[in-house]
Design a protein around this ligand. Structure first.
Ligand code: ADP
Ligand code: ASP
Ligand code: MG
Length: 406
């Protein structure tokens, strides 16, 4: 059985036009002889009745404390509604389909509500339906833990569902359909002339996704990489070929761009950060402060530690809590800077190439964007900057590395 997994994001399933486009895609896959698994996200964005953000808002506005378990029960409904609507739409148009929740589709997770990891996928329930000739529509973003409790996989997690099913079912390809025509050299909302990458490696896309390119979830890329299932990211609404994500030039893929010559492949960004700079002074303070933050579940990034002080970034919404924790430790010489963003240049071609940081610094200086902190790895350079400058910074870096040119 040749299996394909097609995942459709929130905007693709939100409107009648989108659902027609989904129907066309699924019909094509079935006509091409594929046993077809469809993974859907909740319908629409903030404000749409069953969108994930709307469901979150629903309980937030009731100002009630909702336990993580209950929150997952609520959020999972968005995708379940979407799967039933889509299965009904397909069936009504001559493509017999069945809707399954993540749990019913065999997706088992750990118990970390709100950010659960998939630990196992039992392919049997989906395979059985495929063998009956049905298209299987799976609610994305969710699974069940060992106790049978519903869990969700973190924002953007329907991509992860698709990749995990693709791996477990040994699918030929996982297609991620979204509202842009592939993975681009920057978020097209910020850089209009961002170019679509025609082919790239798991590694590079995983880096881009970790550093903020939310077009595909980093976990999805990692799972696809483990199972060596290719991913194609493409638009629901256009016939552009999109971006093929695969493992290496040796895979027999004909590269359509000078893959090895790219120094920087893309510019990514993350907003909603705060920077903490704290004077430590005493050697016990550094391990203790990071341990306390970790115990509170606050993840730190852009970490820079010296003998006298530590600087790092944290999600903006955890800033007040972090400040309290540090103050309780007696670390009162403390600065919290709100409204930060992180811009990152990503490229596996930058390994060992001098001059990348020089270009970053020159571009941001010319664009009058202050650099508050930096961090780098062998394939990334990140700068913490004011969130209000993020568009200018991403555009400047995109121009400096000439990313709109092939
Ligand atoms: P979906 O609901 O289909 O999963 P998402 O909103 O999660 O869609 O992801 C698609 C969005 O990702 C696009 O609308 C785009 O603004 C954003 N995006 C950010 N970085 C990139 C990038 N490098 N390439 C393409 N899109 C990007
Ligand atoms: N609906 C979930 C979210 O908005 C999952 C997803 O869209 O992938 O994060
Ligand atoms: Mg998404």
């Amino acid at each position: 059985m040749r299996i394909i997994v097609q995942k459709f994001g929130g905007t693709s399933v939100a409107t009648a036009e989108g659902r027609e486009a989904v129907l066309r895609r699924v019909r094509q896959a079935v006509q091409d002889g594929y046993a077809t698994v469809v993974v859907v996200s909740a319908m629409g964005r903030q404000g749409d009745p069953y969108a994930t953000d709307t469901l979150i808002q629903l309980v937030n506005s009731a100002s009630a404390e909702v336990a993580p378990r209950e929150m997952d029960l609520l959020l999972s409904c968005g995708e379940i509604i979407s799967s039933v609507v889509m299965a009904a739409h397909l069936s009504a148009h001559g493509i017999p389909a069945v809707a399954l929740t993540g749990g019913q589709a065999g997706i088992q997770t750990d118990g970390n509500h709100g950010a659960a990891q998939i630990i196992k996928v039992d392919p049997t329930p989906v395979l059985n339906r495929l063998r009956e000739g049905l298209v299987v529509v799976v609610a994305g973003f969710q699974g069940v833990n060992a106790a049978g409790e519903v869990t969700t996989l973190g924002r953007g997690g329907s991509d992860t569902t698709a990749a995990a099913l693709g791996g477990a079912l040994r699918a030929e390809v996982v297609e991620i359909y979204t509202d842009v025509d592939g993975v681009k050299t920057a978020d097209p909302r910020l850089v209009a002339e961002a170019r679509t990458l025609s082919v790239t490696t798991y590694d590079e896309i995983a880096q881009m996704a970790h550093y903020g390119a939310k077009v595909v979830h980093p976990r999805a890329v990692e799972i696809a990489m483990q199972h060596r299932v290719p991913i194609r990211v493409r638009s629901t609404f256009s016939d552009a070929p999109g971006t093929l994500i695969t493992y290496s030039a040796e895979a027999g893929v004909m590269w359509s761009e000078p893959f090895a010559d790219r120094i920087v492949t893309a510019v990514t960004h993350v907003v909603g950060l705060a920077q903490v700079v704290v004077k430590t002074g005493r050697d016990w303070a550094t391990p203790r402060l990071f341990r306390r933050l970790a115990n509170a579940g606050i993840s730190v990034d852009l970490i820079s530690v010296s003998l006298e002080s530590s600087a790092f970034s944290i999600p903006e919404q955890r800033a007040a809590q972090a400040e309290m924790i540090l103050t309780e430790l007696g670390l009162v010489d403390l600065q919290v800077r709100h409204g930060c963003a992180k811009v990152t240049v990503v490229g596996s071609g930058m390994r060992g190439r001098p001059g990348v940081m020089a270009t970053v610094a020159e571009a941001l200086y010319a664009a009058e964007v202050p650099i508050w902190q930096t961090a780098d790895s062998h394939v990334t350079i990140s700068c913490l900057i004011p969130a209000s400058d993020v568009q200018r910074a991403v555009q400047a870096l995109h121009d400096a590395f000439e990313l709109s040119k092939v």
